[in-house]
Design a protein around this ligand. Structure first.
Ligand SMILES: NC(=O)c1ccc[n+]([C@@H]2O[C@H](COP(=O)([O-])OP(=O)(O)OC[C@H]3O[C@@H](n4cnc5c(N)ncnc54)[C@H](OP(=O)(O)O)[C@@H]3O)[C@@H](O)[C@H]2O)c1
Length: 300
């Protein structure tokens, strides 16, 4: 498949390139940082830029010969979106709407990476038809972007809601696991929420899941959640087990904290775990944390 990937220099984008560039022809769009993945054609373009960037994007999509677009560019930090909602709207909503228009014009399938944070966290194991009720600006803007994709590109738009992801980060990218490992290296105890639940997903499975959904011509809204509903504390316990099994940090301590103990700019939902039965019917079968973490921690 010939794929145009936005956000190629980000955490998920770089995992997507590393995992799939040997099997597919990937053109990776970046804004500032360049993707370093071998076998990927890298192009610089600001999706929230001026008219010239919009025209360049239009030209690229109409002449690039792509089979599909994966849109993984975003202002992905909820706290940053809360503090700069104008920038979040430009990148997360307006750039996504523009891509949806251009893909609709060109008849190109578009897989948009959304988030579990479109939900308010009062439920559990959310299905695709549960109504979004975001608590944060980030969640609100991703929900607006989802609507734009579905309304502007009904024939080829695919909204993939992703959960908290972890994996091996390329240099210059990071995921929440990196913060935990940095604490472990400093010999600090891990302080983790016991009252925040997600469906953590190995990023490699997210990349493969996005591709699978494009190959199976899935449309509409799909959840690509990990196979377990875990609190952050439980995820930390899985991490401790994997570290101990590899002989690292045998004395690692984990302390339970509650969301209310840690004030943050963006409000945090309690439980945004996802039901991914629809994706499972397409063959999506991601690894559990216990299965994936040894791979992430193994020496390169
Ligand atoms: N990470 C998670 O746990 C998680 C969970 C749920 C959903 N998601 C979603 O998954 C997707 C990927 O997330 P991620 O963690 O990989 O994000 P990330 O590491 O923050 O990467 C964001 C990417 O977007 C690019 N970007 C930002 N502003 C841009 C602009 N104006 N023009 C062009 N590119 C721009 C960045 O390019 P530069 O590097 O050049 O700035 C970078 O490549 C996002 O849609 C995010 O909302 C992520």
């Amino acid at each position: 498949m010939r794929i145009l990937l936005t956000g190629a220099s980000g955490f998920l984008g770089s995992v997507f390139c590393r995992e799939l560039s040997g099997e597919h022809e990937i053109t990776g769009l970046c804004r500032g940082r360049q993707t370093s993945s071998p076998g990927v054609r890298a192009l610089r373009l600001d999706l929230a830029g001026d008219r010239a960037d919009g025209l360049a994007l239009r030209g690229l999509l109409s002449t690039g010969g792509f089979d599909a677009v994966v849109h993984a560019a975003a202002l992905s930090s909820p706290n940053q979106c809360q503090e700069d909602p104008g920038l979040s709207r430009r990148i997360n909503v307006e750039a996504t709407a523009l891509l949806a228009d251009l893909c609709a014009e060109g008849g190109l399938p578009l897989a948009f990476t959304s988030t579990d944070l479109v939900f308010d966290g009062q439920g559990t194991l959310y299905a695709e038809d549960a109504p979004p009720a975001p608590l944060s600006r980030y969640g609100e803007h991703k929900a607006l972007a989802e609507q734009a994709v579905l309304a502007r590109h009904p024939a080829g738009g695919l909204v993939c809601r992703l959960p908290l992801m972890y994996g091996r980060s390329e240099p210059g990218t990071s995921c929440f696991l990196d913060g935990l490992l940095a604490g472990v290296l400093r010999g600090e105890p891990l302080r983790l929420f016991e009252d925040e639940f997600r469906s953590p997903l190995f990023a490699r499975d997210a990349a493969r899941g996005l591709l699978l959904m494009l190959e199976r011509k899935a449309r509409g809204v799909l959840h690509l959640g990990g196979p377990e509903r875990l609190s952050r504390l439980e995820f930390g316990q899985r991490l401790r087990d994997a570290l101990r099994a590899s002989g690292v940090a045998p004395a690692l301590r984990i302390e339970a904290v509650r969301q209310a103990d840690v004030p943050m700019a963006a409000p945090r939902p309690r439980d945004v775990s996802l039901s991914s039965a629809r994706a499972a019917a397409f063959g999506f079968a991601p690894a559990t944390a216990a299965q994936a973490l040894p791979d992430v921690l193994a020496p390169k």
